[in-house]
Write a protein that binds this ligand. Sequence first.
Ligand SMILES: Nc1ncnc2c1ncn2[C@@H]1O[C@H](COP(=O)(O)OP(=O)(O)OP(=O)(O)O)[C@@H](O)[C@H]1O
Ligand SMILES: [Mg+2]
Length: 269
Amino acid sequence: MKGHGPAYIRNTVAIVSGKGGVGKSTLSVMLAASLAERGYRIGLLDVDLHGPSMPVMLGMEGMRLSRDDHGIIPLQRGNLKAVSIGFMLEHTDDALIWRGPLKHQIICEFLTEVQWGPLDCLIIDVPPGTGDEPLTVMQMCNDLDGVFVVTTPQRASAVDVRRCVTFCRKLKVPILGLIENMHGIACPSCGEVFQVFPEGEGRRVSQEMHIDMLGSIPIDPALASSCDCGYCMSKGSSSYDAMKTIADQAAFIILEHKEEQHENSRTAH
Ligand SMILES: Nc1ncnc2c1ncn2[C@@H]1O[C@H](COP(=O)(O)OP(=O)(O)OP(=O)(O)O)[C@@H](O)[C@H]1O
Ligand SMILES: [Mg+2]
C-alpha cells in the first residue's frame, strides 16, 4: 500500500453513529485538532461523500487536493493533514451523485492511495447509518483499531446508535468509547444548564451495551460558529473543557495505552 499501513500509520480510528447530525464531523475535527495541538501527527479522512463537512469545518474551503505518481497528496495545516471529497469537487455547490460501486471505489482509494507520510493517528469521519460507506471503511481498512460512537442524549438518536454498535460488533470492530454530544446548554446570562433533549440515553447505551462513556459535550454556540469558519475552539467556552477531557481519554486509549501494550508484549517475549 502506498503511504498507508502500519509502517506509516500507528493507529486508525473512525468516528461513527447510526444517526445523522449528532456531531460526528465536529468531534472528528475537534479530536484531530486537539491531538495535533499536543504534537501528534494526525490525518483526518472524511468519507462522507454526499455531505463532506471538512472544507468548511477546517476553514479550507476552495482548497484542492493534488496527486502525483504516488497518489493523493493531503492538505496540511500544522500537524494535521486532511483528505475529503469536498477538496476534489470543482465548485462548493457540486453534488456527488454516485451509487454504491463508485463510492466503494473512491473510499478504497482514500484508504490506500493517500500519501499521508508517518502519522500517529488517522481519524476517519464516517457518514451516518450502516450502509455503503461505513461498511467499506470497516471491511477494507485492515488497520482499523476501533471506533468512537457519538450520540445525543435523545432516544431518537440512541436507537440508531444501538444499531450502529451491533453493526460494528458483527464486523468485529472494537468500540473504543461513547461520546454524548449536545448534552444541555448553559444560559449565557446566569450559567444555569438547561436540558434540551430528554436525558439519560447516552448513559443507558453505555451501561446496557458495555461501552465506556468518554464524556458529554454541551450545546455551545461558540462551537457551532467555530464549525462554520474553521476549527479554532474558543478557550473558556463551555464545550472546550469537555472536549479537552474527551481528547485526553481518547489520546490515552488510541495512542498511549496501545504503546504501553506494545511495550508489555515486547518485554514479555
Ligand atoms: N456541541 C455542539 N454545540 C453546538 N453546535 C454543535 C455541537 N455539535 C455539533 N454542532 C453543530 O451541529 C451541526 C451538525 O454537526 P455535525 O455536522 O458535526 O454532525 P454529523 O453527525 O457529522 O452530521 P452528518 O450525519 O450529516 O454527517 C453542525 O452544524 C455543528 O456545528
Ligand atoms: Mg458529518
